[in-house]
Design a protein around this ligand. Structure first.
Ligand SMILES: [Zn+2]
Length: 104
């Protein structure tokens, strides 16, 4: 039983260490970045690449389906009369329904 506690403690300490190391890395890279963009350490290169690549994955805008409220990527959406839908079926259902029932 004591070993399990020790393992958990070790895990937490390890996580904390990694976090502290990363924070330290970010601070030093910010300072060194001000001095020279080239960067004396090779570790700065991959970090910068990862940061630059992350926003590219979130490039696709999301729309909210007027019918069911589900958020869907814009490429998968159907826009009818300026209103976005997650699918053509929902666009048809919304169009078939009288506008008065929209208030929920
Ligand atoms: Zn929908």
């Amino acid at each position: 039983m004591r070993q399990i506690f020790l393992l958990i403690l070790l895990f937490i300490v390890g996580q904390w260490l990694v976090k502290a190391l990363r924070r330290h890395d970010a601070q030093t890279s910010q300072r060194s970045g001000a001095n020279g963009a080239a960067g004396a350490k090779g570790a700065n290169g991959p970090n910068g690449g990862a940061r630059a690549a992350a926003p590219a994955q979130l490039a696709e805008p999301m729309i909210r389906c007027v019918e069911c409220g589900v958020h869907a990527p814009k490429s998968d959406s159907v826009v009818v009369a300026g209103q976005p839908f997650c699918s053509a079926a929902h666009a048809q259902r919304h169009g078939a329904r009288p506008a008065g029932r929209d208030a929920r």
